[in-house]
Design a protein around this ligand. Sequence first.
Ligand code: PRX
Length: 637
Amino acid sequence: MSYADFYRRSIEAPEAFWAEQAKLIDWQTPPQQILDDSRAPFVRWFAGGTTNLCHNAVDRHLVERADQPALIAVSTETGTEKVYSFRDLHAEVRRVAASLAALGVGQGDRVLIYMPMIAEAAFAMLACARLGAVHCVVFGGFASGSLASRIEDAEPTVVVSADAGSRGGKVIAYKPLLDEAIRLSKHKPAAVLLFDRGLAPMDLADGRDHLAAALMEKHRDTEVPCVWLDATDISYTIYTSGTTGRPKGVQRDVGGYAVALAASMKHIFDGNAGETYFSTSDIGWVVGHSYIVYGPLIAGMATIMYEGLPTQGLDRQPNGGIWWQLVEKYKVTVMFSAPTAVRVLKKQDPALLKKYDLSSLRALFLAGEPLDEPTARWISDGLGVPIIDNYWQTESGWPILTVANGVERTPSRFGSPGIPMYGYKVKILHESTGEELTGANEKGVVVIEGPTPPGFMQTVWKDDERFVNTYWKSVPNKLVYSTFDWGIRDEDGYYYILGRTDDVINVAGHRLGTREIEESISGHAKVAEVAVVGVADALKGQVAMAFVVPRDGAVLGDSQAALALEGEVMKQVADQLGALARPSRVHFVGILPKTRSGKLLRRAIQAVCEGRDPGDLTTIEDPTALQQIRQSLASQT
Ligand code: PRX
């Protein structure tokens, strides 16, 4: 079938189309109603069906591939490598599930997972899925402030964590960060389950903290059956940034997600049971949920979990070829990474790409940020396999724009992530009138018309109103989902993404909200006002840059004092939110550019930082404010 026909069918006959896809997974009870959008924009997929994600990712493979590799845990931080077969994975997941149940976790309870990239993190996610508990994985690079707000919102019964993570040989103790987060949070979890890697000492709180090893040993042979869940029950929430300082819990279902992932493994990633998938992302991000843990395992593939930098070997010596070494060793067929990671590798010796046998590899998928042409060409020439850009979001759970080579070989175009995937009605609308832009290369907001396909977010956790108001009401007079990305479509229907329309920035493929960073900075006693913007960066795509109005004006004329305050502000952000969110520079100004009604002109600041024309400034209250931004950039470089 041509992709055009496949796509058309998904849009014109969604029920028949998705009923067909639903056969890719196991159901305990088959779905009764494929699509229910009677309460648009809320959509219920596969209502009446019962299934379980852990069953589909693990148990069902025991029949045919119990002894095949399922999870390959590689850490170049600790120099360890371990292969778990589906049988091993099943046993470990069962033990963690029994331990969680012993700590009081039941169906619908939340379990917050704050873990480094180790096998136990995947066990914990799958254990939650097994029990019907809702997992909320928080990226291990976040610090106590970010963690606290997520604990408060998710209200977990149990938190699963570890003594420490490690990055570039530097041990990062998690337990003190977790203790501080629990202290800050109004909600207190009943118990904490801790994996001890022997990297950092842990103080255990009596009655609350439990060592996983002991509990798992106790439950070595405890049977824990998969709980059959309604397709529309909640599988997990994952927090993501938006326009406000408060992250949103993106909530996903069980059945729709399982079907969407199974379908994407077949039609987009073209991965088969018995092969190996390697995604270099982190379980703290949506790519890790969909394409480290659930997607590959549902497809019966082995999945590699990699802890470490892309430039260090298992002997912990510098090795810019470690990823390719793993591709050769485990005969990886499908690989998934981010443009930033490739830009890091570009600085290594290109001969490293030729050193290993990469003949198993069929394609490299890249997502999370715009893929620039030089990077795409460099890696494409080096690997000799198709480089497949794909565009999506935490909210969608799987690609919105790419090419579906599993359906029909479709050429990619440099600079474009591709064409709309089956199930997605993608449109480009005029920002203020909401009118559809149908001409080639007309710039507008990329939106999706409902009903959104399976796997797409159900709602914002505990906040249906926020879901509707944030995502579905941003374009005048139309109920459409806004991606908050600018885009254009060329004459052949290929889309190009031109950056965010809101205050979200993308640092090294990681999505961050500038408002969260601003809130952290404005909490500093010496800061009167602050604006944070994302500025183009050759390596990371974007970096955060802060402009601060100090309480004490003397800082402006005193470079020593300015340097000291810059250091304090950076440390405060790193301590509260994590090193990822730390601004690359903090510039000091006497006044920030605002409109007469007091709205910060972030886009104008960003334009000045990037040496572009700041555009229409008729609403600016004090035009000298931008001049100050320019001066601070010139003097503090
Ligand atoms: O701005 C788009 C950018 O990343 C945002 C979503 O980030 P996140 O929720 O972390 O999900 C990442 C899932 C891969 C989008 O709104 N983005 C993502 N992929 C691309 C992209 N921008 C350009 N090209 C892409 N391929």
